[in-house]
Unconditional design. Sequence first.
Length: 574
Amino acid sequence: MSDNNLLSPNSAPHSDVEDIKRSSNYLRGNLQETLEDRITASIPEDDNRLMKFHGSYMQDDRDLRNERNKQKLEPAYQFMLRVRAAGGVVTSDQWLMMDSLSDRYGNGTIRLTTRQSFQLHGLLKWNLKQTIKEVNDSLLTTIAACGDVNRNVMCNPNPYQSEIHEQVYAWASELSKHLEPRTLAYHEIWLDGEKVESTPSKEQEQEPIYGSVYLPRKFKIGVAVPPSNDVDVYSQDLGLIAIVEDGKLQGFNVTVGGGMGMTHGDTNTYPQVGQLIGFCRPEQVVDLAEKTVTIQRDYGDRAVRKHARFKYTIDDRGIDWFIDELTKRLGWTLEDARPYHFEHNGDRYGWVKGSDGKWHYTLFIQNGRIKDEEGYLLKTGLKEIAKIHQGDFRLTANQNLVIGSVTSHKKKKINELIQQHGLSDGANYTALRRNSMACVAFPTCGLAMAESERYLPSLLDKIEPMLQEVGLAEEDIVIRMTGCPNGCARPALAEIAFIGKAPGKYNMYLGGGFAGDRLSKLFQENIGEAEILDSLSPIIKHFAADRRTGEHFGDFVIRSGYVKEVRSGLDFHT
Ligand code: SRM
Ligand code: SF4
């Protein structure tokens, strides 16, 4: 392992987070003591930085901020806990555990995320340890769900080609395991040093891949299985595209340098799509991922966090530099990329029979929020299903859920529970809503500038009639919203996107590729609902009247000159 950026001398330019990581003794910091402090429901900022590596963020209920401030009370501090499982695959017991934890310690809801993880919101500091212990008892984990490390490895949940899912999922799990931090801190702090599966030895604790300061920034890997690009492979730092021939996984095409985040008004920051650099065999993929991560570890910008993602390392130094450096570290060369074709980046809903003869049901979950509402007992319905379901649950990258591997024998009973609780495969919604995603934003996200999850459904209520009027209710159009430009619902890859600027105000973007292969472009800045509807209405009418056969909305707005085509983030602001 090289000693450069990874162990960069304290004198090298670095952000304060680098100091916190370096002096944390492999992510310990003062977390142990902080959690025991009963005087405040909060934790100090330094510990909060480290908490992220353990899967949790301190937040406060922003709906209550002003009122508590007036009453001179400290903010309503609470914690978000992210629970990850590679490819979003969990068992019924694990589902039931999440359901129970959300009721006992959280706000009673479960959030399925855009990276196939779970989030619990509203946990109190005093309950974090017990919650994390129970998560680990059920063989799930929260470590590396956040922080400057490799995050949850995404993988297509593929209900159709079951044997391909098995193979691809196995590699996603392998990558996830291999890139997990090795520090014992997690076990010491949350599990009282208890062994859960296997405890790494002392030497391993020295983080052979990450080193003592971990990565300059988060790192993300996703595995797509064409024709579905549901994991938005081009948004990943490292994207893998499964190449399947004669029903067998041959290997992966490799993309590098994707990412969605940017800052309003700072054109040095931009969303970017990953670049295709070649093909590797399945047994080479772990080596490839490790070496890619170490290049980012050694060359990523540790001084300016906004500029620290892998996409900037690649754009600054050039793709040829990266391929040379990778080849040097690997000691072998990538083959030429193989042909592939993506058709869409959404989910396909309802029952399908997999090639293994088992059944899979993809449910539409609006913005990933699992809760009971009057007349729609989604959470209860899923709990009842989990009690009898012997297959798996697969979280999708579009915040939906697959009830997977159902035997023909069990299908009838599960279908009855689906009907009884009014669970939906989306058939009762428009195609626009089925293709929609919104990030969490208010009230829990500390970075939100505008509403997202709580607002998009009502905005869709107003856009849907426009589509109905022109006969496009069943038109698949990818629409996404985020409460700020960090891009958590990958809006830069949507055909229509709204990115929050201020309460009630959004930048509107158009022209992303239907298969998630092209970036969108700014169309209107800082507009409210009335202007959004006024802007969209004529474009929708124009689309209905002038589209070519099979033409997608994103392609149409480019052909018709509403926005320019953006194939690289370097052209996003121009
Ligand atoms: Fe995200 C930060 C929620 C996927 C880019 N993201 C956050 C935080 C933790 C806010 C914070 O730092 O205080 C949000 C917590 C909100 C809350 O109250 O729950 C948050 N991100 C989410 C989730 C839950 C959105 C969702 O609605 O599902 C997703 C959880 C994923 C997971 O399970 O691991 C989520 N975030 C993403 C994605 C999409 C993806 O990974 O496929 C992106 C864009 C892809 C990328 O990383 O480039 C994304 N989140 C960010 C960024 C911008 C990073 C950057 O490059 O600048 C931030 C801010 C940061 O890191 O400083 C952020
Ligand atoms: Fe929060 Fe912004 Fe991410 Fe939405 S996009 S969850 S507002 S950080």
